[in-house]
Design a protein around this ligand. Sequence first.
Ligand SMILES: *Cc1c(COP(=O)(O)O)cnc(C)c1O
Length: 403
Amino acid sequence: MWTKVIINIKKFNENLKSIRNRIGKDRLICVPVKSDAYGHGMQQIAEACIKAGVYCLGIAAVSEGVELRKNGIKAPILLFSQPHPDEIPQIINENLTPFISDMEFASILSKQVDETNRKFAEIMGDAAKRTKLPVHIKIDTGMGRIGCRLEDDEYLALARFIDSSTGLKLAGIATHFAVSDSTAKSDIEYTKKQLECFTNAVEAVRAAGIDPGIIHAANSGAIILHPDSWLDMVRPGILLYGCKTAEENEINTHGSLLERAEQIKKLSEYSVISVEPVMELRSSVSLIKKIKEGESVSYGRSWTADKDTYIGILPVGYADGLPRLASNKWQITINGEKFPVIGRICMNQCCVDLGADPKVKRWDEAVIFGSGAENAAALAEVTSTIPYEITCNAGKRVQKVFI
Ligand SMILES: *Cc1c(COP(=O)(O)O)cnc(C)c1O
């Protein structure tokens, strides 16, 4: 099948530079490469990251970390999701850095690291060096997902436990924002509140005489809208893949005059981020044929020709990343011109109306989504989802070409 996703590594690097310019040269960057780098190809994106001096990578599944290590990635790898105890041996073997949300898991993990070190020492004798597994404490400051709650200072108990354990090393403390990409006043305040709770917790750990390691919170939305949250390290996902989910200047339309002035001043200290989509989904016109007035196209007969016309059939459908919800709603670009998707999008085929006198020729290349107005974010908009889901799905089945 000729359908493919084009992954533009050069654009990825430029997006990375734009983020780097905004956050300054001293902060670390953790790039989420989970879910095959949002459909962009985990290994290739990881290699581009390492080349560009990214500090660490973020994954969602232990198996992703195993694969990255197998393919030579030596940088720290943060495990964003809660693993199953059965996966602990792999976490230890591959030196992955899990988020710790609770004492139960911390103690199972610590015991297994101790046990591994003990067995290692049995074989190696005195030459065996004790190694500690780096972990980050995850605090739930309002995302309501993984992470320990703030009540009862559980994070402090965790920090003490890890700090005094023989198997674990506290390498960082993290939280995650729920609405950081929203410019609504209440959401701005919610994010500020999350950040305040987080920094207070970190201070409490410091006050207990424990080095908290790398402090990090900001996802893409917070990189754009909340400079206070950048801390030691940022974790930009969708922004790096070229989709800007908020604009810096939108925040200025909220709050009192003084609050606004303060925000404008703060945000204007930093460069504005400009990014471009890294992924393009392309296909080709595999057949052109004549349709007569009154004839219907595709399943469900949701589109009927109101005059004689030509249709183009493309070997791309919902299983290839063009959502079925885009049926009769999207436009496909061929030779720089847009043609409406007509009738239901099928699993692996769709149709466009080429008009009565088509200039398009068979085998011409077609852009399903890419840069400009026909990007993943616009496709997400018409299908009531988010660009993350669009790129993840397009990356699943279709061949990737890296340029
Ligand atoms: C996926 C993820 C991110 C990146 O989020 P974006 O909105 O894509 O920037 C950051 N942190 C954690 C913990 C994540 O799971």
